[in-house]
Design a protein around this ligand. Structure first.
Ligand code: NAG
Ligand code: NAG
Ligand code: NAG
Ligand code: NAG
Ligand code: NAG
Ligand code: NAG
Length: 461
């Protein structure tokens, strides 16, 4: 036991040291990367949470996985993955267009970045782009597929794919279906498979559960008071200061830069970077402090709309929660009864809105205080940071190990980095017994009934 603890400590130390001085060149020195890129929340690039990928997009480090003994074998992987990089939605394209029109017609100033926006930059986003997957998003999933095959070679293998032991499930949204196709293409291209095609199932009940949860739709999604804390923050001193600083940089009257305009400016910087990998002149409208305030506004939104803000947010994912555990159980039973595990890998492609409620239900990234409009200053060290949790192609990986004699272990990873089940955090176990995990989630496993949680008016039992 103490050896395991020591190993965990060493792993953490080497990670910290590796990240602070391991790079030959600091990736942030690269002028192509906006200094504010790490605050883009759900519009962020996957490489920002794993900077080593900037140098080698196919790099993996298998030694991050530390099974407790040499005989441990991976028997199942469930990967719940957000779609890759995408175009802005129609609504956001409209917001960006309004800001662009304002800047083009009203902004005065001699700075070269401003002139670049006014004379060289063109508004190339159109409403029909409608959140579609971009080429970078295709690559996000192709590369992730290849990395997972290197990280879990016995599971994400040609043999398992050909043998039908890799299952694909996706949300019906075009960006998710295309991400799924890209993930598959990553594997078929890797193994040069041309003689076989692989199915995927479209399942919105599982991957877009939030649409089908009446209580969530009614009380949160379609409720103008549910985002009260966000609304107050947008009116508050921190956001006002950001808007004034943008107005100053553009030499436009303060009241012409609304919170929507500030949001659109951040989108312009974020999309130009995510889609084209350019550090666009729009990024000059923010300094790092401004970007942190904008990030907080986004975190507030996600916290109240998909996270800990309301209990129903996480409960809406009960259906996915049960699906995941029944899959793990099935693999455990298959293995124990001496059969080959019939589903070695499950790849499930959905949305940030799919992942966040599930992460919340599992208890990840929970701070002691709720995110509020008034506690920006005391929340600077919060763990609830969507920029870290939910970039494009964000993924929750659950790896089931058999360590011999029925000793099953479950390793969770978020964005390819090991995380600790929050309820087990006190024990510092990075690869806990599967039975212990189930024991910790016992109440949810016995309850958390989607139909029951999501109905508007609960009938007495
Ligand atoms: C891989 O991870 C291990 C453990 O975290 C670390 O010691 C090692 O330096 C890493 N190797 C590379 C190439 O990053
Ligand atoms: C997605 O895939 C479909 C079918 O392969 C294709 O027609 C479409 O152009 C793709 N769209 C994107 C990039 O979102
Ligand atoms: C809308 O949200 C507010 C704030 O959480 C809550 O008090 C109210 O009951 C909700 N409305 C509905 C219809 O659920
Ligand atoms: C949302 O609320 C409005 C009234 O506030 C109602 O007309 C509409 O039907 C609701 N939509 C859904 C999907 O519940
Ligand atoms: C800017 O603000 C002024 C004063 O409030 C207002 O008259 C004008 O219409 C605004 N312009 C834009 C483009 O919003
Ligand atoms: C069950 O898992 C173990 C790895 O711990 C493996 O050796 C064994 O072959 C598996 N059984 C089957 C039938 O797949």
């Amino acid at each position: 036991m103490s050896i395991i603890l020591w190993k965990v400590l060493v792993v953490h130390l080497t990670t910290v040291i590796g990240f602070s001085c391991g790079f030959r060149k600091n990736p942030w020195d690269n002028t192509e990367i906006p200094t504010i890129a790490k605050y883009f929340s759900t519009k962020g690039r996957y490489e920002e949470v794993n900077p080593y990928l900037i140098e080698d997009i196919l790099a993996v480090n298998r030694s991050i996985l530390q099974p407790p003994s040499a005989q441990c074998r991976e028997i199942h992987l469930t990967a719940i993955i957000r779609h890759g990089t995408r175009y802005p939605t129609t609504k956001n394209v409209k917001k960006m267009q309004r800001l662009y029109d304002l800047v083009k017609s009203r902004a005065t100033g001699k700075e070269s970045w401003l002139r670049e926006i006014q004379t060289q930059w063109t508004m190339w986003y159109t409403e029909d782009m409608d959140g579609r997957l971009v080429q970078k998003g295709v690559n996000d999933h192709k590369h992730l597929a290849v990395r997972l095959s290197k990280l879990f070679p016995s599971l994400v293998s040609e043999e398992n794919l050909r043998g039908g032991r890799v299952k694909f499930i996706t949300s019906s949204k075009h960006r998710c279906v295309n991400s799924t196709l890209s993930f598959k293409a990553g594997l078929t291209e890797l193994w040069a498979i041309k003689d076989q095609e692989f199915d995927h199932a479209v399942n919105d009940a599982l991957m877009r559960f939030f649409d089908n949860c009446a209580k969530f739709v009614n009380e949160v999604e379609n409720n103008s008071s549910s985002l009260m804390e966000l609304d107050k923050f947008k009116e508050g001193p921190e956001m006002r200061r950001v808007q004034e600083k943008i107005a100053d940089r553009l030499r436009i009257q303060y009241n012409n830069i609304t919170d929507d305009m500030a949001e659109a400016a951040l989108y312009l910087c974020a999309y130009e970077f995510a889609i084209k990998t350019v550090n666009s002149p729009w990024c000059r409208l923010f300094d790092e402090v401004d970007a942190q305030v904008m990030e907080y506004a986004n975190d507030l939104k996600q916290f109240w709309k998909r996270g800990y803000g309301y209990d129903i947010n996480s409960k809406s994912s009960c259906i996915l929660f049960h699906d995941v555990f029944s899959r793990l159980d099935k693999a455990a039973i298959d293995n124990r009864s001496g059969q080959q595990v019939t589903e070695a890998v499950t790849v499930q492609v959905g949305h940030a809105e799919t992942l966040l409620p599930l992460l919340t239900l599992l208890g990840f990234f929970k701070d002691s205080e709720a995110l509020k409009s008034t506690n920006y200053a005391t929340q600077t060290q919060r763990s609830f940071r969507t920029s870290h949790m939910l970039p494009y192609a964000a993924n929750l990986l659950l790896v089931l190990y058999d360590c011999g004699a029925g000793d099953l272990r479950l390793q969770p990873l978020l964005n390819e980095k090991p995380v600790t089940f929050p309820l087990l955090a006190g024990q510092q176990v990075s690869m806990p017994l599967y039975e212990d995990v189930k024991e910790h989630y016992r109440e949810l496993l016995q309850g958390c009934d989607f139909e029951n949680e999501c109905q508007l008016f609960k009938h007495p039992a």
